[in-house]
Every structure is written in C-alpha cells, then in structure tokens.
Design a binder for this molecule. Sequence first.
Ligand SMILES: [Zn+2]
Length: 257
Amino acid sequence: MRIGAHVRDSADPLGSASALGVDFVQMFLTDPQKWNKLTPHPQGEELKASDVDVVVHSSYVLNVASLNNRIRIPSRKAVIEQAAAAADVGAIGLVVHGGHVRDGEDTAKGFDNWRKLFERQADDGGFGVPIFIENTAGGDFAMARHFDDIARLWDAVGEFGAGFCLDTCHAWAGGEELVGVVDRIKAITGRIDLVHLNNSRDEFDSARDRHANLADGTIDAEVLTAVAEASGAPVILETPEEGLAADVQFLKEQCSS
Ligand SMILES: [Zn+2]
C-alpha cells in the first residue's frame, strides 16, 4: 500500500516527506482559503525528478457546482490552472471537493455544472492531470455527500474519465457506512483513485468535517485500515499534525502484518 500524508509546509514538501518517512505527499499550491494567483513551486523541478509522488489538493474556495456565476466561473478557471500547475510538479492528480448548490436550489443544475467543466475542457485538450472528485461531509445540497448523489454526479462526469477520492471521515460524518464502502463506491464510480484516510471527531451522520488521528476518533481504527486495504488505492493521511507521524507508523505496521 502506498502511504502518504498531507503536508502543511507547501513550500518544502520534500523536507516534510523525509521527516515523516513517506514517499507520497499531498499539498496545496496556493493558500486554500484564497483566490490567489499561482506562482511556480520552489521545488517544482526537484519534485518532478524525485522518488516522492505528489497529489495536489485544490483550494477550498472553489465550488464548481455553484449556480452563482461569480463563484462558478473563477472556480472552473482555478481548477484548470491548478491542474496545469499540478502537472508542473509531476502530480498524479488534482483533488477537488464535490461542492454544492445553495439550500433550496436545484441540485440537477449543480451536477450539470460539473458535466460542463469536463465537457468544455475535453474540447480544449483536457486537464493537466486527472481530476479526483472528493466526497464531502456536510450540507443537504452537496454534490458528493450521499452516495445516491454521487451516482447522479457520475452520470454527469463518468464518461469524461473523472477520478474519485474517498475521504473516510467525510463518508462517516456524511452518514455513509464504512463497512463495505469500497464496493459501494466502486459500483457507482468504477474506481477509487485516492483514499483520504482520516478518523472523525464527530459522530456518524453529524455532517461535521473535523478530522481525527487514526486511533482517536469515533471510527474504529480497524475499519479504517480495512477500507485502505480494500481500496487498492494510494492513501493520504490528513489527520492532525501532532499525531501524523504516529498515524503513518500505525498504518505501515497494520498493513505489513
Ligand atoms: Zn479529504
């Protein structure tokens, strides 16, 4: 199993990888809470040449599904730009949250906005790296919280080769059981490209997105390792910093035994 971690120091992913003893990292390419313009990554060439694999997480401010032009249009542009910048650091993909429409709005239009993103970009030569759409924990008008919505999303984007990132904290807090989750998701998407292996500070179906270290949340740690193993996908830990190195160790031990 490929085990990696989300690194907080986006300027020095190689240093963080070696400190954690991993050869796979996830990082942001810009402040995830802002609409900043991208600048070339200081370790871009080194990252590309190194044995460390990278996956890029897109900014949190993006919402491709939004019915609001002033959010959706810059979101589309940012996905395209961040995918191109991800290619520049040799990344295997770009993770993008499923997003949402606002309460009371028509979710069908949100799914259609996802379809348009892929359709237009396909006409334009495609994205710099594969796009991995991630399931999210909250909201009643989300595109990728409940698996029946993910099925509707996949009806819209599946034909364009969209990838899927399964976040265990988000599935649990979103109200989807983790036992058997890999088969249930693969029956919808046909694929899992990446697992975000996180425990949850909150209860099942709480709709809250607060990650916990593997052994310390409301999800049985054995259930988490079983999901990671069954997925056959590379794993990124996005757990709290103070226990991250211990989580890497724990997962390595569980999965080698
Ligand atoms: Zn995640």
